[in-house]
Design a binder for this molecule. Structure first.
Ligand code: FAD
Length: 477
């Protein structure tokens, strides 16, 4: 009887343990992807992720077809869609690679027991982590809550093995199974096409991921340790959406790093690997603390005096805060579906601390607009910036959007690219246009409040207000 391979966040044919195991079984293989907007609840894929998914599935479908087993597309609740497929195909086994989101774990547990109760063989594999979260524990047997000891522990024992080759071919079942049409799923935007800026930047799919990694090793990786904080330079890998959708595995990345270690330099190699480590750490947090995306990890933040300010939230979302580095980041996000990590920290800090808006509003916006939106990384990072997380920046460390811009975008290239209406300002005023006198503004063609906003809050006053709000938590404690 056939084996169903249920694809989820492992949209690749190389180093895919579930697919390889199915191929090795010698049985006909039915690869399936189910568009399930029910089980994730409020965390169903956002707009930018759906754009990515459409293209990634197109690429995977073509690779699977070339191997001999056409992909079947279904939609609806995963459990019923799988049940239906098992019935139609007479499959005797279902293989998948593990997911770690709380809703996915619950879903998979239920499906596993229901299939097993009907004598269907179910096998699950690790395809997206260097270390399974339940295997990484501190000396007292508890999960790590701080990154450095977590990573030291994982790194010291790291031996993920050799990545698997793609199966050389797959046997298809005798009768083709009905498949839905990807085009009918409506994953792509219609009018307005807000994703037109994604196309020149991204090539979703396994080949695109591979090219991105090679390009990174050829260029950015050599500057990574010292330059990864520079949003004006292409020094980071931009692999995050590829990793999220499983178009490349951390094991493949680890193996590739070993080959280029000398070329890119030990320090760069280890720093890059440790960022992959942050991804592992986020999954570790989400696995052990499943409420991370919705609830403050530190309870005391439950009493934080957040402000509900829709106008300020909108200004932040649309890149109209009057702080150029913040606006540049938010526009990069809207246009390309991605934002540089340093700028993510700056814009998140601005929302939480300068505007006193609940971090969950920012998390929600990122969820919808990022092509790499990832429940573990997104929630862990937002709580990190808020100071409410496990291994978090202290709340009172408030990023100054002026000096951050000056330090990490020293020539102003990044701001000028995304906020062209102030491009003609001299560097000295680029991160604080309101400080330029009327003459300079006029020469630069800027009318503050008209062609570019006045700052929506005053930095110093906002900083003091945030510190007071934080103090109120301490006083209450
Ligand atoms: P590189 O520097 O090349 O790093 C390589 C890989 O390591 C990344 O692709 C990513 O998988 C992982 N990584 C790097 N930095 C981090 C980090 N700080 N935390 C966890 N993993 C990391 N990342 C997401 O993948 N999805 C998200 O939804 C997400 N939301 C974020 C929200 C906020 C507020 C902040 C501050 C950060 C967020 N990040 C998120 C983490 C980080 O910004 C991105 O992973 C990184 O910018 C991706 O760019 P890159 O691939 O060039 O990274």
């Amino acid at each position: 009887s056939p084996v169903i391979v249920w694809f989820r966040q492992d949209l690749r044919i190389k180093d895919n343990p579930a697919l390889s195991a199915a191929a090795e079984s010698g049985r006909p293989v039915i690869p399936v992807f189910i568009l399930d907007d029910e089980s994730p609840g409020k965390w169903k894929a956002g707009g930018a992720s759906r754009w990515w998914l459409h293209h990634s599935l197109t690429s995977l479908a073509s690779d699977l077809k070339a191997l001999g087993a056409p992909m079947v597309l279904r939609s609806g609740h995963s459990a019923s869609a799988l049940d239906q497929l098992v019935k139609e195909s007479g499959a005797g086994a279902v293989f998948w690679n593990r997911c770690y989101e709380p809703h996915a774990r619950e879903r998979d547990e239920d499906i596993k027991s229901s299939l097993k109760a009907r004598n269907i063989d179910v096998q699950s594999f690790n395809a997206s982590l260097l270390a399974e979260p339940w295997t990484v524990k501190n000396k007292s047997g508890d999960p790590f809550r701080v990154f450095s000891p977590f990573w030291r522990s994982v790194r010291s024992e790291l031996d993920p093995g050799t990545p698997l080759e793609a199966p050389s071919s797959l046997k298809a079942p005798d009768a083709a199974l009905p498949s839905e049409n990807l085009g009918d799923w409506g994953l792509l935007p219609t009018q307005p096409d807000w994703a037109k800026g994604f196309e020149p930047v991204w090539t979703p799919g396994e080949a695109g991921a591979r090219d991105r990694l090679i390009g990174f090793f050829d260029h950015g990786a050599r500057h990574y340790a010292g330059g990864r904080d520079r949003p004006d330079k292409p020094y980071t890998s931009a692999l995050s959406p590829h990793l999220h959708f499983g178009e490349i595995s951390p094991r493949q990345i680890f193996a590739a790093i070993q080959l280029v270690r000398d070329e890119i330099g030990e320090k760069n190699a280890e720093k890059f690997l440790s960022e992959i480590g942050w991804r592992e750490f986020s999954v570790n947090l989400l696995f052990h603390f499943p409420h991370f995306p919705e609830r403050n990890y530190q309870d005391k933040f439950d009493n934080f005096p957040w402000i509900d300010n829709q106008a300020a939230l909108k200004a932040w979302q649309t890149g109209q805060t009057g702080y150029p580095i913040v606006d540049a980041g938010m526009r990069e996000l809207w246009t390309t579906g991605w934002m540089h990590n340093r700028v993510r920290m700056i814009v998140a800090s601005f929302l939480i601390k300068h505007l006193l808006i609940d971090w969950r509003e920012g998390e929600k916006w990122f969820w919808d607009t990022l092509v790499d939106a990832d429940l573990a990384n997104n929630s862990a990072s937002w709580q990190w910036v808020a100071g409410s997380g496990a291994d978090a920046a202290p709340y009172f460390r408030i990023f100054n959007p002026i000096t951050q811009g000056e330090k990490f975008d020293p020539d102003g290239d990044y701001v000028r690219k995304w906020v062209p209406e102030i491009a003609r300002l001299p560097n000295k005023y680029l991160n604080q246009p309101w400080e330029a006198g009327p003459l300079i503004l006029k020469e630069a063609g800027i009318e503050l409040g008209k062609t570019y906003p006045e700052p929506i809050v005053d930095h110093k006053a906002a900083r003091d207000r945030a510190l007071m709000a934080f103090q109120s938590l301490k006083d209450a404690a």
